[in-house]
Design a protein around this ligand. Structure first.
Ligand SMILES: [Ca+2]
Length: 531
């Protein structure tokens, strides 16, 4: 089967690079889970510093308008691999990816790249198209993670972000030297429930993080969707999220139930005195606890990305390796009072996207043209000198990376669709369009609409949908949304029935190459949080 695949695609896809295979650049794709652009200093973060991620931006190009097409883990990952929207790659929610379909790693491998996938995969099925893979089962855990590999599962002692980096460095050290490589190096961090390692936990434990302007958004003028959601910092963080210690006598399911409750009062120790927090004092404390741990997890990613960049520098790989940094979607850092993602609002829709391609990207370049996650696969194809398969729905970003003025027909609007309803956090299903200046959101199960002028109202506080002066804009946006929906072949394939969840099975028992059990250093979730 693979031989047939190779024969077909090598013939189809090579443009002119066969004889110059060695010169084709390596592609190092670094992706985190739920890392918002506004928690990176190169994007102007008010809450943290990320000096190593900033190195990529300083020496490469920062994309300021890169958007996800369906803001949750599994669908974004399927789109990144296939270059197709959820309704065509078959992954609208947390269902298993059908690995028999074509995707970018298969194409690159067939064209002579040595391909690797390390870290969080979260697509349910075993990876296809990779010479080497070592993945977390489902969400995986932060401490002493188990990895699934072709030979079976193995547990590796240590902190997930460090361990995944060690495995990525092993891949680089052990790769065949006669081929370019394509490595997907995917972190678990900083996903819920935000468990930092001790060093970074301490770094943030006493920090006071500035609150975002919309933390106390009252949702006035918006539809029911925001009011009904259950992903609010003040109301929906659990004791587990807040790292509260259960009473010693609680065991088994009762202990779990205690940890999963959303506390309305919390007793803390302040300078040796027990204090009970409630009301606004508790709300402020919850925001701090959330952000301290989230940012501590990010800081470990930053350190570890620095290790990998150093390795490239020290091993003659810098000049011929394209380094990409992104996250599978954005995230709410208290914006609109929320954590998590899902909604089409800016903090969740926007992905960080940095590309350093020595000799191609100008140092410190900033790109404002609109990119989407479906563009990543076509971009990798183009970087490798391959033709972009016509059924990929994204476009190669290479012309933008070269700093050229975007092609005249470059997109000025992107289409979005979120399906997971009923689902986690009671977030309502919706689709919509974002143009360079406006956004229209349609909660199709509620038949409710929102429209924002993102240029003049970047915080999206003023729903203009019913404003009589805006009806021409609303009509234009509707036209554009339905045009894109049709062009992208969204025929409501998943609007009535969603495929069953299938990516969060618990880790299988260790069968082979099992390391001896290691002591657990901190609380591990019994049921992994989704997303
Ligand atoms: Ca995610």
């Amino acid at each position: 089967m693979r031989i047939v695949f190779h024969a077909i695609f090598i013939g189809m896809l090579f443009v002119s690079h066969c004889e110059a295979a060695e010169a084709r650049p390596n592609i190092l794709f670094i992706m985190t889970d739920d890392h918002a652009a506004h928690a990176m200093s190169c994007y102007g973060s008010r809450v943290n510093q990320t000096p190593n991620l900033d190195r990529i931006a300083r020496d490469g190009m920062r994309f300021d308008n890169c958007f996800v097409t369906n803001s949750i883990c599994t669908p974004s990952r399927a789109t990144i691999l296939t270059g197709k929207y959820s309704h065509l790659n078959g992954v609208p929610v947390f269902n298993r990816f059908d690995g028999s379909q074509p995707h970018v790693a298969k194409y690159l491998r067939a064209a002579g790249y040595y391909t690797g996938m390390i870290g969080k995969w979260h697509l349910g099925s075993d990876p296809t198209g990779f010479d080497h893979w070592s993945i977390l089962p489902g969400q995986g855990v932060y401490n002493n993670p188990i990895f699934l590999e072709p030979d079976g599962p193995r547990q590796i002692p240590g902190y997930a972000t460090d361990v995944i980096t060690d495995l990525a460095l092993d891949f680089l050290k052990n790769r065949p030297r006669d081929k370019p490589f394509f490595l997907m190096y995917h972190h678990k961090a900083p996903h819920r429930e935000w468990v930092p390692d001790e060093k970074h936990r301490q770094m943030f434990a006493e920090k006071q993080i500035p609150e975002p302007a919309t933390l106390r958004d009252d949702y006035a003028g918006r539809t029911d969707a925001l009011r009904e959601n259950k992903q609010r910092v003040f109301d929906d963080l659990t004791r587990r999220d807040l790292k509260l210690a259960p009473p010693a006598d609680l065991k088994g399911p009762e202990r779990n139930r205690w940890l999963n409750e959303k506390p309305v009062e919390v007793e803390i120790d302040r300078d040796g005195t027990k204090v009970v927090l409630k009301g606004d004092e508790l709300n402020r404390w919850k925001y701090q606890r959330y952000m301290q741990d989230y940012l501590a997890c990010v800081q470990s990613v930053d350190d570890n990305v620095g290790r990998v960049l150093d390795y490239l520098d020290q091993n003659g790989l810098r000049d011929n390796t394209v380094v990409i940094y992104t996250s599978d979607q954005g995230f709410f850092l208290g914006d609109h009072g929320l954590f998590d993602k899902r909604f089409m609002y800016e903090p969740s829709l926007r992905m960080p996207f940095l590309v350093r391609w020595p000799g191609v990207t100008k140092p410190g370049a900033v790109q404002t043209a609109m990119a989407i996650n479906a563009d990543f696969a076509p971009t990798f194809m183009d970087i490798a000198g391959l033709r972009v398969p016509p059924d990929m729905q994204g476009r190669s970003l290479v012309p933008l990376l070269k700093g050229e003025t975007p092609p005249a027909d470059w997109r000025t609007a992107m289409y979005y669709r979120y399906y997971h309803d009923p689902g986690h956090h009671n977030t309502a299903a919706h689709y919509g369009v974002r143009t360079t200046t406006h956004k229209l959101i349609y909660y199709w199960k509620k038949d409710q609409w929102e429209m924002y002028d993102v240029e003049h109202d970047p915080d999206e506080l003023h729903n203009l949908y019913n404003d009589p002066t805006q009806q021409q804009t609303v009509a234009k946006l509707k036209e554009e949304m339905y045009r894109l929906k049709k062009e992208l072949k969204d025929e409501d394939q998943f609007s009535k029935e969603l495929p069953p969840d299938g990516v969060d099975d618990p880790a299988p028992p260790l069968r082979r190459r099992a390391a001896p059990p290691v002591p657990q250093r901190s609380e591990q979730p019994r049921v992994p949080a989704k997303g």
